[in-house]
Design a protein around this ligand. Structure first.
Ligand code: IMP
Length: 178
């Protein structure tokens, strides 16, 4: 097993790149079908979702646009429960269908906070697409419309996800081993 070390923690391979791509293609196919004709605006939540958003968006075949916002809620391997907006949204989303693109929904606080902020700008519909979802960790009443992969409540890195800003460049997803 290829154990890797990031700072003080060890991680082992968990989800390989092939499985990630297959899961993304399935989610993209559903979005292409559901949102055809609506010119959805994809909103990539930085930093973690940039790798997923790039791969997902290239599987989208319908008319669509993409933009970015930046949030922070994690410190080390724990959610702080407080969601901080680092960079907000510039676009007018009145009467538009938006798809919030997240790397992972853990407690759900980040998505809940983003949905509240977006709702105040009167969009037509807000959908959520997340690469990963930890159902056991969820602490809010939110719906994740498009989930590529469900995982148990364990800390992971790679494919855009970080431990203390490291590990985002890993092509596969790794899980903490100690
Ligand atoms: P939530 O607000 O608790 O749902 O957390 C969402 C954010 O926390 C994600 O966008 C990630 O940036 C970060 N996060 C949650 N779980 C993990 C993990 O296992 N590894 C790395 N980052 C995570």
């Amino acid at each position: 097993m290829n154990t890797i070390q990031i700072k003080d923690k060890k991680f082992v391979p968990y989800i390989d790149r092939k499985k990630i791509q297959e899961a993304i293609q399935k989610v993209a196919a559903r979005i292409n079908e559901d949102l055809a004709g609506q010119n959805p605006l994809f909103i990539c939540v930085l930093n973690g979702a940039f790798v997923f958003a790039a791969d997902l968006f290239r599987e989208i075949t319908i008319d669509s646009e993409i933009t970015f916002m930046r949030m922070k809620s994690y410190s080390g391997t724990q959610s702080t429960g407080r969601v901080k907006e680092i960079q907000g949204l510039g676009e007018d989303i009145t009467e538009r269908t938006v798809v919030v693109v997240e790397d992972i929904v853990d407690t759900g606080y980040t998505i809940q906070h983003i949905k509240e902020q977006l709702r105040a700008r009167n969009p037509k519909d807000i959908r959520v697409a997340s690469l990963l979802f930890k159902p056991e960790a969820l602490k809010c009443d939110i719906k994740v419309d498009y989930v590529a992969l469900e995982i148990p409540n364990a800390f992971i890195v790679g494919y855009g996800l970080d431990y203390d800003e490291q590990g985002r460049n890993l092509k596969d997803i790794y899980v903490i081993s100690e």
